[in-house]
Design a protein around this ligand. Sequence first.
Ligand SMILES: [Mn+2]
Length: 199
Amino acid sequence: MVSYITSTQTLSFARKPHPKEEVCGDDGAAWDDPDHTWLVISDGLGHGAGAAKATEAALSWITANYSNNLEATVRGCDKAIRHTRGVSLNIARINRSTKATDYVSVGANLGWKVQRSGIQRFAGDSGVVGSGVRNLKTTRVDLDGAGYLVLASDGLNTTSDVSALYHSTFDGDVSLAEACLERWTTGKDDSSIFVYRFT
Ligand SMILES: [Mn+2]
């Protein structure tokens, strides 16, 4: 992970390369600004070294140049990484006091809010960051009550039953993110996941 300097103890991240590759083309970044916790997952197109290079370029640019305008952040990254094959990207910016969360996603990455009362899967826009992002919308999510915010690449099944976060036991020796990745990976692609618990 590019950076892991958040104040929260309730965040875990895991990733795993495509079964035929040594390097993982997915990676995540997490950090705090004074008001927000930021989570970003980048999935470089395809897998292997070229995918890893695209992801590294995307996350380096975003962690150095992000702004409170999420759409401008994605569009800036899109312009900055044209020399790469491009990435699928999703970003969640969580306001730590109000719990209001803004979410954007371009490409096939996945996002869910998981609570006892139900699950919300976030919509994303199609496209590739790095080859000209067109439609881009921000979804506002309120992390009211308690639950989990989950961001993942499409190396996880789109039909993952994330309610298992409530009705299953997970091996205490691995992080929640690692346990979820093992359970929901398609096994046919790089995979990566953030699990953020909110209360
Ligand atoms: Mn993928």
